[in-house]
Design a binder for this molecule. Structure first.
Ligand code: HPA
Length: 287
């Protein structure tokens, strides 16, 4: 974990954000979304106006994982524009926090007020089965790390950010209403993040269940923490791709994760689009 103790390079975050702002033509997006493993097609119904491959954004670093190709898009949802990070950088794949948290920093710098975080996760609670979609109500940080460790940067919020209502209650309701309107089953639960990249052992999964986890994955929590610290409204969605390691499991594989998300793609796409349009409509009436 030592590499993560390198203090955040705020100048690199700031410069990269300014470069991207210029390249996107100084946009004022209403929201941002990070599309994690298997969620890449969730934006298929939107009109993309700009695309920047992650390779052109030095702070994002190189792509590491299948299903995480990586490009930043500016897209029109029909009710306002959204910054879309198609593919994320993970704690386990990075020598520093900057690539993991840049999307959140950028979203805040460009004035987006809502952030949607999506991921693939293993189901811990008995009813969370492969293919299910789950709204994240709360999280447990089991990564053993926090992107806000190190010297305090007032640009990233207070020294001790409050996370009591991190997954914004109004957005959780909005997710429910979007799902109901489009007849999509949506479960709710607490997401526990581990550092990865190894999957959990059965004993760990039993322990996480006792701790109150409903699903387990390797992402989202660092981004949510920074977003909460910056005062963004946060919504989270998991696609359950497998039962987390349990005695009745076959071996877990990333290919299975991708296969299950493909089957869930039409629901992901409809839910994300409906949610963003509702958020956009509500944001516009407040302006
Ligand atoms: N554990 C951790 N991360 C995951 C899993 C899992 O079972 N499934 C998809 N991402």
């Amino acid at each position: 974990m030592e590499q993560h103790m390198i203090p955040l390079q705020m100048d690199i975050l700031r410069e990269s954000a300014e470069r991207v702002r210029t390249r996107l033509g100084h946009p004022t997006p209403m929201a941002a979304a990070i599309l994690g493993s298997g969620w890449g097609s969730a934006m298929a119904d939107w009109t993309v106006t700009h695309t920047i491959p992650y390779g052109d954004i030095p702070v994002m670093g190189a792509a590491a994982v299948k299903g995480h190709a990586g490009a930043l898009h500016l897209a029109e949802t029909g009710e306002g524009s959204c910054l879309v990070f198609q593919g994320r950088r993970h704690f386990y794949g990075c020598a520093a926090w900057e690539p993991v948290i840049f999307p959140v920093y950028l979203a805040h710098q460009l004035g987006a007020s809502t952030l949607l975080l999506t991921n693939a996760a293993g189901g811990v609670r008995a009813d969370l089965q492969p293919g299910d979609l789950m709204a994240i109500d709360d999280h447990i940080n089991g990564m053993g790390a926090n992107p806000l460790c190190g010297p305090h940067h007032p640009d990233l919020g207070p020294r001790f950010p409050d996370l009591t209502h991190l997954y914004t209650p109004a957005l959780r309701r909005e997710l429910d209403e979007s799902a109901t309107a489009r007849d999509i089953p949506l479960k709710h639960g607490t997401y526990l993040a581990v550092s990865g990249p190894s999957y959990e052992t059965p004993a760990e999964v039993r322990a996480y269940a006792t701790m109150g986890a409903d699903a387990v994955g390797m992402s989202t929590v660092p981004e949510a923490i920074l977003a909460g610290s910056l005062g963004l409204r946060v919504a989270g969605l998991s696609c359950i791709t497998n039962r987390a390691a349990a005695i009745d499991n076959d071996a877990l594989s990333h290919d299975d994760v991708i296969e299950i998300t493909q089957a869930a793609t039409p629901r992901m796409r409809t839910l994300v689009t409906t949610f963003m349009q509702r958020v956009g409509a509500a944001t516009a009436t407040k302006r």
